[in-house]
Design a protein around this ligand. Structure first.
Ligand SMILES: [Zn+2]
Length: 98
């Protein structure tokens, strides 16, 4: 196995539970920012994490339901957006599974 690394700082997180994709320090930073409403520094906002924006499988599924081509006359935008969301979902699963 390749080992996993913090999505924010690159620290090895192989020993963290599989659902985590931030190291303990970055996770703590993100939680503190959320709690205090503190804005991320520019360096962090250039590498924003799923946690930072609340992006998870549930949210992607909701967007896939909303963007589904059946609901938008099979428009090319709907097809394109749905395809992209399904791709994102796959990547999120890869991250979640380490
Ligand atoms: Zn980190």
């Amino acid at each position: 196995m390749m080992g996993r690394h913090c999505r924010s700082c690159g620290t090895d997180i192989s020993l963290r539970p599989p659902k985590h994709f931030l190291c303990a320090r970055c996770y703590g930073d993100a939680a503190r920012r959320l709690a205090t409403g503190e804005r991320p520094t520019p360096a962090i906002s250039n590498n924003i994490s799923c946690d930072d924006v609340g992006l998870n499988d549930e949210r992607v599924m909701q967007l896939i339901r909303l963007s589904h081509p059946d609901k938008h006359n099979n428009s090319s935008d709907a097809n394109d957006a749905t395809r992209w969301l399904i791709e994102c979902r796959g990547k999120l699963k890869e991250i979640a599974n380490g």
